[in-house]
Write a protein that binds this ligand. Sequence first.
Ligand code: E4P
Length: 226
Amino acid sequence: MKLLIDDAHIDKIKNIYEFYPVVGVTTNPTILSKIGGNPFDTLKEIREFIGEDAQLHVQAVSRRADEIVEEAWHIVETLGANTFVKIPAVPEGFKAMKILTETSEIPFTATAIYTPMQAFIAGQCGANYAAPYVNRIDNMGFNGLTVAKEIQQVFERNFMETEVIAASFKNSQQVLELCMCGVSAATLSPEIFTALVKNSAINSAVEDFISDFESFAGKDKTMLDF
Ligand code: E4P
């Protein structure tokens, strides 16, 4: 499972990149609204930091297909290769996806996915990724993990190349459950990232080893001292 950061705060992104294996960053209009200003200033700063090989997912906000397509070109021309345009999985979005598939090589991610059928249609329209919103589905009284797993099955059983990029998590256990099912990718808030291995038993075990070493080698000694 590939891991991406679902945030646009450059300091938080830098912090997660320092410690975890990350293949890119996803944003949406709500995430960008938390930074404010010119969205491309924010996105260019992220692109500069993550490099041209990392994925950057950026949402188009137009309602009409032709305008979504125009936005897609603008986004990719401004932010370069490996920029995935997020397009809502609604009829005008599907139309835009079909146009992009027929007329360009712009990669795109179908977003705002609440049902397997949306993901299936988006995949047929050529989406590289489909992003089910696990927590938001839960909040509607359905099971977000089940929906994400069903979408994974739909893609596998129909021999589709579209990958799941699960989004909207409320805890690290949800990430693990999808990881165990072979879901291709997940985008996590920095808070969920740090919760992936947050466990006092782990810290305690590591501290015990250090303290046992220091008990015979001396305080702050390491293997480098011998
Ligand atoms: C990603 O594609 C989504 O925009 C995002 O993960 C939604 O997360 P939220 O439900 O926490 O806002």
